[in-house]
Structures are given as C-alpha cells and as structure tokens.
Design a protein around this ligand. Structure first.
Ligand code: 5AD
Ligand code: SF4
Length: 509
C-alpha cells in the first residue's frame, strides 16, 4: 500500500444505539467519507506490483454451502471486476447463483458515469430491502464506482442502513476481509480508499464463457475531461507490466479462448507511467499479435494519445481486429476545449484520415455527448457534420449528465432538457441512417464470424461478431459455437446482419 493511501475502514451502523434523526451527526463524527478532492491529487509515487494474492486461512471455507450473486452495472471494466470478485468468492467456497432468493451474499457493482446509472442502483437497493428483512443473515454490499463518491456513501448511510458493506474500486482484493468483518459485525462496514494502491497480479478470475476474455492492461485515468467522474473513482493511470499481460494472454490462448479485449479507461496512455522502460500500446500490440490467438481488440481509446506507432502496428492486421472505437464526444472544437479533450475537430478528422489511409479496412465507432453546458445549435450541427464525414459504423450517444465534483458540474447551463432530448433524437436518427447504409454494403458478402452462442431472441439462430464487430445472426449447427465460421449475409438490418453459414473458417494467424 502506498504511504499516502488512506485506509477508511469504519464500522458504522448505530441504528440500535441512536435514532435516525441524530444518526447523520453520529456517523460524521466517526466516519471519514471517501473524498473526490483527495482522489484528484496525483503524486509521482511508484506503483508497487504485488505478484501474490491469497485468501486468508480463516476465510478459505467461509462460503461453503453458500451462494453469491453479483449484479454488474456500467462498463467492461466493471464486468471484468465482477469476474475477479466472482473468482475470489469461488476460492472462498461460495457457489454462484442468478436468483436473489437463493443468495447468501449479494453485491451491486455500480457505475457512476451518469445520473441514470446511479438511479438504477438506488432502485435495486430499494428492491433488496424486503429480502434482507426476511433473511437477516443475507449480506448485501455496494461496490464499484458509486462507492468512491462521498455523496453516495452518505446517502446509503442515511437512507439504506440495511446495507452491510460498502467498498471501493481500489479495495476489491480486500473482499475476503470485508466479508469477514460484515459477517461478524452488526454494523455497516465501509472501506473506501480515496487513493489507488498497488497493482495486484494473480487475482483469481471466473470469466464469463470461454470464447472471449477481457484482459486489463491499465487502471485509472489522468485525462480529467471536465464532465467525467472516472479519474476520481478509478484513480491515477497505472499500467500493468508487459510481461504479466503477455503471460495472461498466452494463458488464455492455451485455454482455447478465441478473442481477447485489452481493457483500460484510456488504453492509449498505456506505459506512460513506466519510469524504467519506454514502452507503449503499439509495442504491446506488436508482441501480442505473435501469440496464437485468433482475435485481439482493445478499448477505450483517447484520440489525443493515439500515436503513429500504434497505427503502424494495427496496419499489420493478422489477429489485430480492424475495429477502432474512438470516442469523439463532440464535433465542435469550442465544446471540445470546454470538455478539456485536448484535441480539435480538425486534429480528430486528421487522425481518422491517417488511420483510414493506413488501415483501409478499419471500421470506426464512437461515443458522443449532446447538451454539454451551453452547447449552441451550431456547435451541435458540427457534431452531426463530423459524424457524416467520418461515417462511423455506430455510436453510443448520451445526454450530458452533471457529475458532482467535476468542473463541468459547476458550469451554468442555459440549454433546456427538452432541447437536449431533441438533439439526442436527431443524432440517433443520423446514427441509424448511417449504420443502415454501411450495413447494406454487406448484402451477399461473406464474412467471418466468431460464434458466441444462440441468438438472444431466437434459440434456433446462432449469433456472433465479425472482425469489424458487426453482430451477425445466422442459421447454422450448434457445433459451430466457439468457432470462427464463414457466413453469407442474406439481409442487412440497421443494427445487425442476418445470414447463413457456409463453412468453418480456417483460423489464420
Ligand atoms: N454525461 C454524459 N455522458 C458521459 N460520459 C462520460 N461522462 C459523462 C457524463 N457526465 C460518456 C462519454 C464516455 C462514455 C463512456 O460515457 O461519452 O466516452
Ligand atoms: Fe473520462 Fe476522459 Fe478519462 Fe475517458 S478519457 S475516462 S472520458 S476522463
């Protein structure tokens, strides 16, 4: 643990000692909440790499005969954290369950990126209360990004005292200790470190499925885009050592995984924190592409840090997939400046031009925020025109949501919600129009699909993704699941393609 790291582990639940009225006064005197202000302070202290993780002896069988359930909200990073927590639970003897009634322990792995993500979690907390009343032995925990927010922790302490534990994104490896405290104490266990700690290797993981796997390459974000809560909830940028990542990918390849996705909030900053070697994402991809695994992807990119070396490496193709998710957020240089994105409309377009030239088959997707404070009609039109110019294959689109503690949340905003909603609709109409147009080009084409399983809506149909990340639903034998097959596209839809399997593809690497 770093010197400056604050351990905020406190047991608070004086409900039996005090009335709810003076409760808030009480906990403030004994409890130090997580602090976004502290989280913002970035030091140069070295990251320590701990190679070993083990469950404490007395917790190794703590879950025998019991079941756990983790509900995950938000991004792939959270999904992957859930896989780690599931791994820890399994090593403690717990079995997984999908059913809240059967669970002995329920965790909500939360997302703080927008207000509606938080509202969903508070809704779920409300739903869980009757279960806890029925079964007082049930343990309920809140973890993930919302736990790093002071206001959220305070709200849970005040309004949802039946919650047994709250722990943050930097405390996942402490799960056995936190569960132990919660088991033996009647009080709420709160353990949220405002500052990130070490990188811990060899944490157990239970991956969802055995076809596609996520591999973390770095943690945190130092970009501090003015609207974004992530740099506060996930801490400063810390990269895993290349040898650890390469070993993990090799291990997945040996286990028969067909695709891995490298994960980070801003993967293009990979390696910038190394003090002993000059090594970036391009170097890492150049080594990973030699591993015998059919597909490698990465997300999420930041245009500012996307360097020429990475483009050169991606242009080598092979198992490096030709899909680039490159969040633009806005097409207006003025708005980008207020967002502190550190690139302009022109430099973004130039970057895309360069990539299209060097990786001619690449497909592009993006993230866009509409209704940033005071965004004018003209500025919004610039977003539409940039979208048309790049011709993204698809996009995640959002209405700006103020996040307490971020600089943008303090900006006055003269744009009504009605206008913002109308802009989102117009943008989505454009996104659909261009997606449909791009998909039409696939009509009667043959594509390679990594088959993931039965389609969600129709068990008689199989589903999977192309190298460019297009969803394909097609008729084929169940034996194709987990394989890369050739599919002829028979119908192009707005969001997906329909087809018929022709044959198994030869895996080239
Ligand atoms: N409001 C709306 N959208 C946001 N995003 C991040 N923060 C906010 C916010 N405060 C979006 C960005 C980012 C994606 C993961 O979520 O587009 O790329
Ligand atoms: Fe948030 Fe910007 Fe970091 Fe992405 S790059 S996580 S949008 S601060």
């Amino acid at each position: 643990m770093n010197e400056n790291q604050r351990l905020e582990s406190t047991q608070v639940k004086p409900a039996d000692k005090k009335s709810e009225k003076d409760y808030s006064k009480y906990f403030q005197s004994v409890y130090q909440p997580p602090s976004l202000k502290d989280a913002k302070k970035r030091g140069k202290e070295q990251v320590n790499y701990l190679k070993e993780f083990s469950i404490p002896e007395d917790m190794k069988n703590a879950g025998k005969g019991k079941r756990f359930l983790i509900r995950t909200y938000g991004c792939q990073m959270n999904e992957h954290d859930t896989e780690v927590m599931a791994g820890i639970f399994m090593e403690m003897g717990y079995e997984p369950t999908e059913n809240t009634e059967d669970a002995d322990i329920i965790l909500l792995n939360t997302c703080a990126i927008r207000e509606n993500a938080e509202n969903k979690v508070f809704g779920e907390i409300g739903h869980l209360k009757p279960l806890k009343l029925e079964n007082p032995n049930l343990l309920i925990g809140v973890c993930g990004c919302m736990s790093q927010e002071e206001s959220v922790v305070n709200k849970i302490l005040e309004k949802h005292q039946f919650i047994d534990m709250i722990f943050g994104t930097h405390n996942i490896h402490r799960l056995p200790h936190i569960v132990k405290e919660a088991m033996f104490s009647k009080e709420m266990v709160v353990e949220v470190w405002s500052k990130e700690g070490d990188i811990i290797e060899n944490l157990p993981k239970v991956r969802k499925g055995n076809i596609k796997g996520w591999v973390n390459i770095m943690y945190g974000c130092d970009k501090f885009c003015t609207y974004c809560i992530v740099p506060y909830t996930r801490g400063k940028e810390r990269s895993r050592r290349p040898e650890d990542i390469i070993e993990e990918v090799r291990h997945l390849a040996r286990q028969g995984y067909k695709e891995i996705t490298l994960l980070g909030q801003n993967v293009n900053a990979y390696g910038k924190d190394f003090t002993d070697i000059k090594y970036g994402l391009g170097d890492l991809m150049d080594e990973l592409r030699k591993i015998d695994i059919p597909r490698i992807r990465f997300t999420t990119s930041h245009p500012r840090d996307f360097d020429d070396h990475l483009i050169e490496v991606l242009a080598k193709g092979g198992n490096l997939m030709e899909h680039i998710h490159l969040p633009v957020q806005s097409g207006s240089s003025q708005v980008l400046k207020l967002m502190s994105r550190k690139y302009t409309r022109e430099s973004y377009l130039e970057l895309v031009r360069k990539m299209k030239e060097q990786i001619p088959n690449a497909s592009f997707t993006t993230d866009i925020i509409v209704g940033f404070p005071n965004e004018t009609d003209e500025q919004f039109e610039e977003t539409l025109s940039l979208y048309r110019e790049v011709e993204f294959d698809s996009a995640y689109t959002f209405i700006y949501s103020p996040r307490e503690g971020t600089p943008a949340a303090k900006m006055e905003d003269n744009i009504s919600m009605e206008v913002k909603k109308e802009r989102l609709q117009r943008l989505n109409a454009l996104v659909n129009e261009i997606s449909a147009k791009k998909n039409l080009a696939y009509q009667d084409q043959i594509v390679e699909v990594l088959v993931e399983g039965e389609s969600k809506n129709n068990p008689d149909v199989l589903a999977g993704y192309t190298s460019k990340n297009k969803l394909v639903n097609f008729k084929g034998p169940k034996s194709a699941i987990g394989k890369i097959v050739k599919v002829k596209i028979t119908q192009a839809k707005t969001w997906s393609l329909d087809g018929e399997m022709i044959e198994e593809a030869v895996e080239v690497n």
